[in-house]
Ligand binder design. Structure first.
Ligand SMILES: C[S@@+](CC[C@H](N)C(=O)[O-])C[C@H]1O[C@@H](n2cnc3c(N)ncnc32)[C@H](O)[C@@H]1O
Length: 187
């Protein structure tokens, strides 16, 4: 079941994003609109970046302010189509697939992810993807040694499932809860 959204528009860092029906709305909950401005401090200049689970493409667009090459992926066909349209002028390479499947064999200076955080079983992957964190923890080192993850600050303990050395870098107040921006320097 998909959460029914109207198609609507969101502004982030001076850009307008159209959010298609069924695509994760970055203004809801702890999401892209709160996360995106902080990437300006985290993305290395001239870097190659992967935005995993791009949704409407909001974090990929923020990464473009600093990176020279950005790949954005999502498992959801509607999200991929939405991100391609929103990012058309930025030359972001938007690919569809599960987790790292669209970037097999590729390395990035940084991987960004705002994962679905509803841990209860859900068949809407924009909200819940029960094993995503665990699989990300197992596979991410093949693709980067620098990870930035957005996650509810009060659920930081859930991130232990990744097995990664994630540190809370900044806590961003949002409506109701705080978004934690977690950074992992991976050896
Ligand atoms: C919380 S939304 C974040 C969207 C966007 N990055 C933002 O910050 O607004 C999570 C996104 O991850 C995608 N996703 C869920 N499971 C995935 C998987 N296994 N592989 C790739 N993307 C996945 C969803 O389709 C959704 O677009």
């Amino acid at each position: 079941m998909r959460v029914p959204f109207r198609r609507r528009r969101v502004i982030s860092l001076g850009r307008r994003f159209t959010i298609d029906h069924g695509v994760f709305d970055p203004e809801r909950h702890l999401s892209g609109v709160a996360f995106a401005p902080h990437l300006v401090d985290l993305v290395p200049i001239g870097s190659r970046v992967l935005d995993l689970g791009t949704g409407c493409g909001i974090l990929a667009a923020a990464a473009c302010t600093r990176a020279v090459e950005v790949v954005a992926t999502d498992i959801d066909e509607a999200a991929v189509a939405c991100a391609r349209r929103n990012l058309a002028d930025l030359e972001v390479d938007v690919r569809r697939g599960d987790l790292f499947e669209p970037v097999v064999g590729e390395r990035f200076d940084l991987v960004i992810c705002n994962p679905p955080y509803v841990i209860a079983p859900s068949d809407d992957l924009a909200y819940g993807s029960p094993d995503l964190l665990e699989r990300l923890g197992r596979e991410v080192r093949q693709h980067t040694s620098y990870l930035v993850l957005g996650y509810p600050a009060d659920e930081a303990s859930t991130l232990a499932v990744t097995g990664l050395p994630l540190e809370l870098w900044r806590e961003v107040p949002t409506r109701g809860r705080s978004l934690g921006i977690f950074v992992g320097r991976l050896r």
